[in-house]
Design a protein around this ligand. Structure first.
Ligand code: 13P
Length: 252
């Protein structure tokens, strides 16, 4: 089964509304005529409706960086999946390592958020990854397997057809330290076989597995050449449209 390559930008807590719009309009222009890969940017919640307008009719799709799993209610400061969908997003990152490390995200809340995303028609991008200490202790697969099996607990096969996985080793995020080709290849192959064991060969074959962690114009082509790498989740290098377009056009 061929999987459509997917290049996504996570803008984290960068850019005001006007700055996000300016970058999005310029990026949309640079992406005109690009059919593959699929392209997504995830600005802050506040910029979602503005950026939705800015990229309308272009190849650039919109994602959120997080959501809250309750539908509505007295949850001061939180944003629901319905609100994100109504703002124009198609995707939402869920369980990014910064949420896990800084904001108490657990595999259990990740699972609830994936359920909420699917319930609102958002496509979840489940982010997983081990810390440097966990890798050094030889616990990489234990951690990744737990993040996947607990994060996807209770879902039926039919529900996960739009799931995207993003493997982001924590020690490679924002550090300039990309995982080696061998490390990425080994983990991605493992993740696909885990999906097969937990769900089915069909789901494993169709699920796109992105790599994230210091992806740059200089290393994207090599990373995208790895058999089980179907895309990239890009932080820093996605903030500058001139840089990000080089990642998007990795094949040219
Ligand atoms: P960097 O590309 O800045 O390392 O960030 C990766 C990331 O966290 C994307 O979600």
């Amino acid at each position: 089964m061929s999987r459509r390559p997917f290049i996504a930008g996570n803008w984290k807590m960068y850019k005001t509304g006007p700055q996000a719009v300016e970058t999005a309009i310029y990026l949309a222009k640079l992406c005109s005529g690009v059919n593959d890969p699929e392209i997504m940017i995830a600005p802050t919640h506040l910029s979602l409706p503005l950026v939705a307008q800015a990229v309308k009719g272009s190849a650039v799709k919109l994602g959120a960086q997080n959501l809250y799993f309750e539908q509505e209610g007295a949850f001061t400061g939180e944003v629901s999946a319905d609100m994100i969908k109504a703002a124009g997003a198609e995707y939402s990152l869920i369980g990014h390592s910064e949420r896990r490390q800084l904001f108490g995200e657990t595999d259990d809340t990740v699972c609830q958020k994936i359920k909420a995303a699917l319930g609102s028609g958002l496509k979840p991008v489940l982010c997983i990854g081990e810390t440097e200490a966990q890798r050094d202790e030889g616990k990489t697969y234990f951690i990744l397997d737990k993040q996947i099996s607990d994060g996807l607990k209770g879902f039926g096969l039919g529900e996960l057809s739009e799931l995207v996985l993003a493997y982001e080793p924590v020690w490679a995020i924002g550090t300039g330290k990309t995982a080696s080709i061998e490390q990425v290849a080994e983990v991605h192959e493992h993740l696909r076989s885990l999906l097969e064991r937990l769900f089915s060969k069909d789901l494993a074959d169709r699920t796109r597995i992105l790599y994230g962690g210091s992806v740059k114009p200089e290393n994207v082509k090599q990373l995208m050449g790895i058999k089980d790498v179907d895309g990239a989740l890009v932080g820093g290098a996605s903030l500058d449209a001139d840089k990000f377009i080089k990642i998007i056009k990795y094949n040219e």
